[in-house]
Design a protein around this ligand. Structure first.
Ligand SMILES: [Zn+2]
Length: 317
């Protein structure tokens, strides 16, 4: 990455980031879902409901992409449960493909990283040595207690970058089916637990200095996922908070590996050549690289997902 993609101003302002991921939260669900916090953040922030996960639309390969700024072709996590890369891959001094956590730890060692995950496989995607606090949160999707403990950590320790992975609504999608009343019921519960974490940020005194990102690893259809339908491939990308445009529909085509590149941009850390993620800079009010994404070749357009019109109605712009 060259200097133009580093937002030094934001880095100097000590901006914080909270990234919350829901496993198998398809973008298709957004118009129908009763998710007051997510909708408030979309209405008052920037969003894309046609952000796209990598193929296949499964878990490990996509969580890896969200942490590693690249796709399975190069990071090697190729399936839903890949724990060891399927082939030789570039590694950093932590012994794995470079993660956003490693970049921040190495280039901004003064920053505190909190890493919380409900699915045990996610322990792989943040090197222990890069995190100030790393913890598996069993039951995070089912009981407010674990979310309260994350909120308490944020209140007390004031981390600069916090990642939280909820392992639902994936299981609900497999058992009851995607786009079903039980699926939507769980989304409402997850939204309320995420709001507990949001309150923790408020209580920490850092709310006005924080950017929240809500997204997912993939969606689903019927009782499964892994195919190429829009319900499976399109994921929400909602960004809200400090210096983020309000009520803005993102024009760039967002890929899941653009999420860590955007976080790197906020923290002013350089990304390695092995990353292909691009920072989504059009979401920032004082974007110093305006039209960075749109300055590409000709009239190449992002995917215009079916959900887009509904999302526009939903965010009332
Ligand atoms: Zn998943």
């Amino acid at each position: 990455m060259n200097e133009k993609t580093i937002n030094e101003k934001m880095a100097n302002e000590k901006t914080k980031v909270v990234l919350i991921g829901f496993d198998a939260w398809g973008a298709y669900s957004f118009p129908k879902a009763n998710m007051p916090m997510a909708k408030r953040m979309a209405q008052n922030g920037s969003s894309a409901m046609n952000a796209r996960c990598v193929r296949p639309a499964k878990s490990s390969c996509n969580w890896a992409s969200m942490m590693m700024g690249a796709g399975p072709d190069i990071h090697g996590y190729i399936d839903w449960d890949t724990a060891v890369p399927a082939f030789e891959t570039p590694t950093d001094h932590y012994g794995i493909f470079p993660t956003i956590f490693a970049l921040i730890k190495d280039q901004r060692p003064e920053l505190k990283i909190g890493y919380f995950y409900e699915w045990n496989l996610l322990h792989l995607f943040c090197p222990d040595a890069a995190a100030h606090h790393k913890e598996m949160m069993s039951g995070l999707s089912y009981d407010p207690g674990p979310a309260e403990r994350i909120a308490d950590y944020i209140r007390r320790k004031k981390p600069d970058f916090t990642f939280i992975q909820f392992d639902e609504p994936d299981h609900r999608g497999h058992e009851a089916g995607h786009d079903t009343p039980p699926y939507y019921e769980l989304l409402t519960q997850l939204d309320s637990f995420a709001a507990i974490i949001e309150k923790g940020v408020k209580d920490s005194g850092a709310y006005d200095n924080t950017i929240f990102i809500l997204s997912a690893d993939h969606g689903g259809i019927g009782k499964d996922h892994g195919g190429d339908t829009p319900m499976e491939r399109n994921i929400p990308f909602i960004v809200f908070g400090k210096n983020i445009k309000k009520g803005y529909i993102i024009q760039s085509q967002v890929m899941i590996y653009d999420i860590p590149a955007t976080i790197a941009y906020v923290f002013g850390v350089k990304t390695p050549q092995t990353w292909i993620g691009r920072p989504i800079t059009e979401i920032f009010n004082d974007d110093c690289n305006s039209n960075y994404e749109l300055a590409g070749y000709g009239s190449a357009r992002r995917i215009s997902g079916e959900a887009e019109a509904e999302v526009k109605a939903e965010v009332k712009i």
